[in-house]
Ligand binder design. Structure first.
Ligand code: TRP
Length: 361
């Protein structure tokens, strides 16, 4: 049976937030603990982070440990998953260089994620080449580990499509070498793209609309209690609207029937609460308090585990180092396969010399 292998990761440009959690981290931990996967690699994508932060290496450096702590605190277990740092695995850069020959400029220009990121960063007139090529480096990240499964958020879909194209092209040109990966998106629709606490589609540090996994309980509560709801729901008796109502989107993402029994026994499930809200007679504060209970229940063990690891930074360093060495070893093997397929493995087999001797006889 072919092995089942997971590769996924995040850019270390900030602490991870609840959007990362419901969009991908929680699933990774479930997959890890399912015992169905032979190997799991979780990558801190520092080289990719530098493609749009070239002038701010301190930011990337300072977030390596933050992201590692976030991973460990949500339950990524270093005994089951290798957490590694992208730049340590230099083989990834070499793979990227070879894959560049299989992708056209116009194809990269059509990548919707690249397109919107170029706009967001005002790169229109001066796109750094490294940034423009990061979808290719992402194909290297995935294929270097022969990943079969890539659990990520919805925004990564175009990257996976690009990777699959590179895999197909490579295998067609050089012979069956690379593994075709599958994307694994969250099953719950609310988790696909969790909005910011202000109701804006994009969570961002500068907007101050994220709830971070490492945030203290009181700060989380404050953000929940001031969350965006239905601006026309003024008096409790008014019928409320669920559409674009952030509190309910978060409930969709976080709550289950058990939470009602525990914190709001007047209702048996989320649908009943929603019905009451749309009928009128249910105030925002009550719903927000419930959401706070639900989210604190999920976040408090994460915070506690983070504190434990914060007191053992030396151990976290060792986890990263060991994970990076394992990942490098794995990528070395794939790079050798790739170079063999591309017939550029001159010194690794006796064939090159034999051919040349024959030729010059
Ligand atoms: N692009 C991802 C992010 O922004 C990080 C990443 C880099 C990644 N390489 C990857 C994710 C390969 C999955 C697979 O978070």
């Amino acid at each position: 049976m072919a092995q089942k292998i997971i590769l996924t990761g995040d850019r270390p440009t900030g602490k991870l937030h609840v959007g990362h959690y419901v969009g991908s981290l929680k699933r990774r931990v479930e997959l890890q603990n399912s015992g169905e996967y032979d190997k799991i690699f979780i990558m801190i994508a520092d080289a990719q982070a530098l493609t749009d932060n070239a002038d701010n290496p301190a930011k990337v450096r300072s977030n390596i440990m933050e992201v590692a702590l976030d991973y460990l605190s949500v339950g990524i277990d270093p005994a089951k998953s290798d957490i590694f740092i992208q730049s340590y695995v230099t083989e990834l850069t070499e793979l990227t260089f070879y894959y560049m020959n299989l992708v056209t400029v116009s194809r990269l220009q059509r990548n919707p994620t690249v397109k919107s990121e170029i706009q967001m960063r005002n790169f229109e007139t001066s796109i750094p080449v490294g940034f423009f090529c990061y979808p290719i480096s992402q194909a290297a990240d995935i294929t270097a580990f022969h990943a079969t499964t890539v659990p990520v958020g919805e925004d990564q879909m175009p990257m996976l499509e690009q990777t699959k194209e590179i895999v197909h092209k490579f295998n067609a040109v050089y012979g069956e070498t690379l593994t075709d990966p599958q994307i694994l998106l969250p099953e719950n629709k609310a988790c696909l793209r969790l909005p910011g606490t202000d109701g804006k589609a994009k969570m961002s540090k500068s907007l101050g609309n994220c709830i971070y996994l490492s945030e203290p309980e009181a700060d989380v509560k404050k953000k929940i209690m001031s969350m965006y709801t239905d601006p026309n729901h003024i008096r409790i008796e008014d019928p409320g609207n669920l559409e674009g109502n952030t509190v309910f989107t978060y409930l969709d993402a976080f709550c289950n029937d058990g939470h009602f029994a525990e914190y709001l026994p007047e209702y048996s499930c989320l649908q009943e609460l929603k019905d009451h809200y749309t009928r009128g007679g249910l105030g925002d504060v009550k719903v927000k308090k419930f959401l706070n209970n639900v989210m604190q229940e999920e976040l408090s063990p994460i915070r506690a585990r983070r504190k434990e690891y914060e007191n053992r930074i030396g151990d976290v360093y060792d986890i990263l180092k060991k994970g990076s060495e394992t990942a490098k070893h794995e990528a070395e093997k794939t790079l050798a396969e790739v170079k063999h397929a591309m017939k550029i493995d001159y010194f690794d087999t006796p064939e090159f010399l034999e051919e040349q001797v024959e030729k010059f006889k």
